[in-house]
Design a binder for this molecule. Structure first.
Ligand code: E4P
Length: 213
């Protein structure tokens, strides 16, 4: 399983990239709004920093608008992936992007039928939202494993991005359940690195070293 970072904050993206583990970035309109900057300028900055897939979401609700916006976003850099919501209009747009060889990430996936439809329309990535399902008392991770099994059984090439990740256990479970990618907030990335025994071990090694004769 690969790691994407789920943020539009350039400092977080640069810090994550410096770790050498970053395979891509996902953004969404809420994350971009928090930054208070021009979307296109920020996407330019991100694509200059990260060579992997950078998901940029359209906000139109009709296929025609999505296609127009998506073409503009895709023109920013070759590694832009157009993020499209899982709707009837979204599926039409995904098909059009697929015909144009523009990569897509179908977002807001909450059941396996949505994932299968997105894949058949030509989605490069499908994004099941784990945390938001957990929030309403459904098991987000079961959805990841169901989609993985269906894609595997039918030889579907679309990659599964486990999204709406809230904590480190989600990351382990996403890997175990067949997600190709987990897109995680920077805070969770920091949590993945940490273990109290690692900290204690470093402290002990240093204190032994400093007390050597
Ligand atoms: C993924 O592409 C989305 O941007 C994201 O994971 C949504 O997460 P949230 O449910 O924490 O907003």
């Amino acid at each position: 399983m690969k790691f994407f970072i789920d943020t539009a904050n350039i400092d977080e993206i640069r810090s994550a990239n410096a770790l050498g583990v970053l395979a891509g970035v996902t953004t969404n309109p809420s994350l971009v709004a928090k930054e208070g900057i021009s979307f296109h300028e920020r996407l330019t900055e991100i694509t200059e920093e990260v060579s992997g897939s950078v998901s940029a979401e359209v906000i139109s609700e009709d296929a025609e608008g999505m296609i127009r916006e998506g073409k503009e976003l895709a023109a920013i850099a070759p590694n832009i992936t157009v993020k499209v919501p899982m709707t009837l209009e979204g599926l039409k747009a995904v098909k059009a992007f697929s015909d144009l060889n523009i990569k897509t990430n179908v977002t807001l996936i909450f059941n396996a039928n949505q994932a299968l439809l997105a894949a058949r329309a030509g989605a490069t990535y499908v994004s099941p939202f784990i945390g938001r399902l957990d929030d309403i008392g459904q098991d987000g991770m079961t959805l990841v494993s169901t989609i993985a099994e269906i894609f595997d059984r039918h030889g579907i090439q679309s990659e599964i991005i486990a999204a709406s990740i809230r904590h480190p256990l989600h990351v382990i479970d996403a890997a175990l359940n067949g997600a190709h990618i987990a897109t995680i907030p920077y805070k969770v990335l920091e949590q993945l690195v940490k273990h109290p025994l690692t900290d204690q071990g470093i402290e002990k090694f240093l204190s032994d070293w400093n007390s050597k004769k």
